[in-house]
Each structure stands twice: as C-alpha cells, then as structure tokens.
Design a protein around this ligand. Sequence first.
Ligand SMILES: O=c1ccn([C@@H]2O[C@H](COP(=O)(O)OP(=O)(O)O[C@H]3O[C@H](CO)[C@@H](O)[C@H](O)[C@H]3O)[C@@H](O)[C@H]2O)c(=O)[nH]1
Length: 360
Amino acid sequence: MPKLKTVLVTGGAGYIGSHCVVDLLQAGHEVVAIDNFANAVGDEEGSPALRRAETITGKNITFYKADVLDKAQIMKIFDRHSIDCVIHFAALKAVGESMQQPLLYYQNNLLGMLNLLEVMRSHNCYQMVFSSSCTVYGEPEYLPITETHPTGKITNVYGRTKYFIEEMLKDLSAADEKWNIISLRYFNPVGAHPSGMIGEDPTKEFTNLMPFMAQVALGKKPVLTVFGSDYNTPDGTGVRDYIHVMDLASGHVAALNLLSNNHIRLKVYNLGTGKGVSVKELVNVFEKVTNTKIPLKYVERRLGDITAMWADATLAKEELGWTTRYSVEEMCTDFWRWQTMNPDGYPKKSKTSVIVNGKS
Ligand SMILES: O=c1ccn([C@@H]2O[C@H](COP(=O)(O)OP(=O)(O)O[C@H]3O[C@H](CO)[C@@H](O)[C@H](O)[C@H]3O)[C@@H](O)[C@H]2O)c(=O)[nH]1
C-alpha cells in the first residue's frame, strides 16, 4: 500500500506541476503547492490552475505565492507544515532566454535548489523528486537513450542548470546517506488533462512545437515554422519522444511511492514513451484528430536543436512499476480540448477557493 504523504510541490501552478498535483491528490496525498508565477497564471489570490485541480479532484490544496529564492519564506512554510517529500518543478526553462541571461538561470535554478535542500535538511526532510530533463544527454551517442548514456555535453545554459543540479545531488547523496532522491529525466511533455480544465498556458512566448501548432490551428498564428527538413531522419524533420503530461504526472506519484518504501539514496529515471515521432508525423496526427489544416513553412534548422531523441524507459517500468498509457492521438486530442475550451488560457484574474497562505 502506498504511504500517504504531505508533499510540497514547487512550481505547482505551472504546466507539469498542476497536472502532477491532480494525480497526487487523486492518490490521496496532501499537497502544499508554491509558485512565484514566473511562468504560470496567478497572483496573490492564488492560481486558477490549482483551483481547477481542486474541482477535478474534489480535494483541497494549500497554496503559497512563494519563491524558492526566498529562503526565509520557504523556512516558514516548512515550519508550518510537516513536509514529508518535495517535488521540485520550480525552474526557468526557456532555452533561448537561458543563453541571453545565463546568470538569471544559474541563480534561479541552482540557488533555488540549494535553498530548498538546505531548508529541507534543517527540517529533517530528505525525500525529493527532481524535475530533470533528457536535455542532460546532449546529442545522443545511441538510441534509445538509457540512463547510463553519458551526460554533460550540453549546448545551452538551461540544460546545464539541470545537469549541474544532478551533479550536486550526486555529491549530496554521497556525503549524507539520509537523502532519498529521484531525478526524473523528462522527454517532451505535451497534452493536457483529459477534462480540458487544465493545460499549458505559459505567460512567456510559445516556443514548443505543440502549443505553437495549436495557436496556428486556432488562427492566432498564421503558420507553423518547421525548423529543418534535412535531418538524417525518415522524413527529414526532427524526432522527439512526446509524452502525455498525465503520464508524466503518474511517473511522479510512482517515484514518490518508491521513495516511501525504499531507501535508494539517489536514482535517475527516464520518463518517455520509448517512441520517436517526427515533426511532420506530429503535425499529421494533430491535423487528423483536430480536423484542422496547419500551414507549414520550412526553414533552416534551429540553433542547438538535436536530430533525434527517444527514451529507453525500461528502468522506470521495472523499478517504478510505471508505464505510459496515452497515445500520440490522445496527446493531440487532449491538448486541443484544452485549447478550444480555453482559447485564451486561464482567466487572468480570478478568485480562488484554494487555501492561500494557509487561510481559506
Ligand atoms: O515552432 C516550432 C517548434 C519546434 N519545432 C521542432 O519540433 C521539435 C520539438 O521542439 P520543442 O517542442 O521546442 O522541444 P525541444 O526542442 O525538443 O525541447 C524540449 O525538450 C528539451 C529536452 O530535449 C527540453 O530541454 C526543453 O525544455 C523542451 O522544450 C524539434 O525538432 C523542433 O525543431 C519546429 O519545427 N517548429
């Protein structure tokens, strides 16, 4: 039986965070969520995504508008709640921006993690699930990529922050056996909760393929720019391992269960489907399930993009007992449902029933 936990979810109002909160609540865990709204909709009064997560699950979430860079604030939250485990999503993640503002990325992602780990240690909380990325592998030396593939040859600052944090976690777990940490390397998260109530609504510019494609389908952008048609792939376009965000969410609940029942110190798992899908293939499926036509414009390769990447997710299957359930069709259908039900994303100003700063 999984043990029920009080889980602090940093970046809980964000795309992956909010979907993970739904799964945690449905599994019976208590959630304390924090977000600074750097890339999620919300304000002092709370988060529309989390309010909807409460509606979906019929459960309450405690929410704080808080920043992992503010150590004193994080201390207070730990003083107030008996946190068993932290799932750490809060990070900046725009590759282009990270190249222009490296210090911002190092400060936010590395210092944020350091603060969190120090506060955790001061409160005897040693369990963490960390949101890492397949970006730590750089250009693959072989496919599918296993967790033992070399890491570190990364061409962007964002990716290096994930890699440096993984190295930091290795040192930490080697130095102090109390830590019990899982780092999850995500492949390409897409889709939305099947209810259409929560989904991806970045406050920054859309740069990822599926959200951009949906903007084109909605008529908000004129054309989808395809970056490169001369890759060494079956149709010449880039290949990725797209994974439904609800599958990603269930991977976190599985990781939490493993940490509850085993002292593993530090483990790394790939979360992907194991299937490579090209840009053209994804566009075709999206057009089919949404009954839309996406105008395409082929341009040069995007700087820093890799050719192809997909996961070997055998380890997560064997050790976390986790498998993906959603097809590429469902990823597109669910994303489109979210987009058509919420063409402008979340309401930008809304009262929330979420318990904010510990008060209803
Ligand atoms: O307008 C677009 C956007 C993307 N692509 C292509 O679509 C594929 C997927 O691109 P995107 O959705 O931007 O994802 P990635 O570049 O694979 O980056 C994701 O996956 C990385 C791990 O590999 C993470 O580090 C990033 O945070 C995450 O955004 C790539 O072949 C891109 O060249 C286009 O052709 N046109």
